[in-house]
Design a protein around this ligand. Structure first.
Ligand code: HEC
Length: 432
């Protein structure tokens, strides 16, 4: 995956993550608002139920209430068994006894028209068939028989949303005046009162709140989105710059590599061409020395010839060193792990006469295998040991100590000698 598609993926993740985070918060917040609405509606239902009960108890404590008879309030046939259901005031005004259920039904009918909260009393044992329970009320009353005191449900009535509460009504002493004949015991469930609270106003409020939240969360989301977009744009620009720099570096690198290759090629050819006259110089100097050695007595001329030969030898060695140096970076055989001892023994065999002549002492401690082709490994010992032998002090037999060390990802070979050492100014240099 390249840097650009990686960035694309990152920005997609940031975008989705941010949206999911805000979406989650919004969902949670709306959930809370809904719970709050439910709690408020339940509270309203309970408040109505309690007020309803307070009225009923008040009326029960008075054994019912006498009110003037008119076309809205006629004597209750269900109270026919009660003595003095209808009475007359001394001035002749006719009064009738209103039982709590009758009173509350009248109250509720008007209340319902005014405020929308509906109330209804019901029971399994009816004195008034008008009070018969519907399926849900019947189920709620079964729950009362099992010990519940109230049952809630969110539901639709005539296509409008309502919260219904059904609360249990238990038989008290005062109830027995009128219900005693039905055979009830004190504390027994006589029936229940259902309260229906219209949910429309609550839902309207909730929707308004949700709209408000959508606006606020939407704004926050948009702000976050712009931050992400700006970040992506900046990152993209940085990436483009980085890519451009990398490409330029690559071009420069290539140019340097080419220049280096040309230079090496040139140096190789030069060394090759220089070697040829040098060899000739050496061989003719040797030939001349051989011929003239016993024929002329001119010491000066012989010395000059010796210097020419020495100079040519030195030049040949130098050119060979240059060739070796140029070839140092290129493997000359299969790259594999070789043991330095093989190369070292080879070099010691080759230099054996010089070693014997100079009385050189060589001490080899344990060496570790290295990953290098054998020719270059051999060259390494050849140059270093040759150096020691060439530069040895004349009054001191050379002594060489070769030791090895294994590092974390490399092998180190250390060659120490008792020669004059490398001059201070060349020590840090790697092309001596
Ligand atoms: C003054 C007499 C009177 C008293 C006191 C009284 N009730 Fe009633 N109650 C009635 C009458 C009459 C009805 C049936 C007619 C109606 O619906 O108005 C009724 C109806 C009911 C109903 C509706 C089911 C049905 O049978 O139609 C319930 C439930 C109920 N009463 C419970 C109680 C409880 C509980 C008490 C005591 C807290 C109580 N009543 C006190 C006279 C009374």
């Amino acid at each position: 995956m390249n840097d650009f598609s990686y960035l694309k993926m990152q920005s997609l993740i940031a975008l989705l993550g941010w949206s999911a985070l805000l979406g989650g918060f919004l969902y949670y917040d709306v959930g809370l608002a809904r719970q709050h609405m439910d709690a408020l509606a339940r509270k309203e239902a309970r408040a109505n139920f309690n007020k309803d009960q307070a009225f009923r108890l008040w009326a029960t404590q008075h054994g019912g209430v006498y009110v003037p008879i008119n076309e809205r309030t006629l004597p209750n046939p269900a109270l026919a068994q009660i003595a003095e259901r209808d009475i007359q005031t001394p001035s002749g005004k006719k009064l009738t006894l209103m039982n709590p259920a009758y009173m509350l039904r009248q109250l509720m009918e008007e209340f319902s028209d005014l405020y929308g909260v509906k109330g209804k009393i019901t029971s399994f044992k009816l004195m008034n068939p008008h009070n018969a329970p519907d399926a849900w009320e019947a189920e709620a009353m079964h729950q009362f028989e099992r010990g519940a005191e109230e049952v809630f449900e969110f539901t639709d009535i005539d296509g409008e949303p309502y919260l219904r509460l059904m609360g249990a009504m238990r038989v008290q002493q005062g109830c027995l005046k009128c219900h005693g004949f039905q055979g009830y015991q004190l504390g027994e469930v006589r029936g229940g009162v259902g309260i229906s609270v219209p949910m429309r106003p609550y839902l309207n409020e909730l929707n308004a709140a949700i709209h408000q939240k959508l606006l606020i969360f939407g704004t926050i989301w948009a702000v976050g989105l712009s931050v992400i977009l700006v970040w992506v744009m900046l990152a993209q620009r940085r990436l483009r710059e980085k890519t451009a720099i990398a490409a330029q570096l690559q071009r420069q690198h290539e140019a340097i590599r080419r220049a280096n290759a040309e230079l090496t090629h040139f140096a190789n050819i030069s060394a090759h061409h220089l070697m040829e006259p040098t060899r000739r110089l050496l061989s003719y100097a040797q030939r001349l020395t051989g011929r003239l050695n016993h024929q002329i007595q001119d010491d000066d001329a012989l010395l000059s010839l010796k210097y020419i030969e020495q100079g040519a030898t030195r030049m040949r060695d130098l050119i060979r060193d240059i060739e070796r140096y140029l070839a140092a970076g290129v493997p000359r055989a299969r790259l594999q792990t070789n043991h330095p001892d093989i190369a070292l023994n080879d070099v010691r065999r080759r230099l054996s006469r010089l070693i014997a002549d100079t009385g050189t002492r060589i001490e080899v401690l344990s060496l570790f295998p290295v990953y290098l082709d054998l020719p270059r490994l051999t060259d390494l010992f050849d140059v270093l040991l040759g150096n020691v032998l060439i530069h040895a002090k004349s009054d001191l037999a050379p002594s060489i100590r070769i030791s090895g060390e294994r590092l974390q990802s490399a092998v180190r070979i250390r060659i120490e000698d008792n020669g004059p050492g490398i001059a201070e100014e060349y020590r840090e240099s790697n092309c001596v």
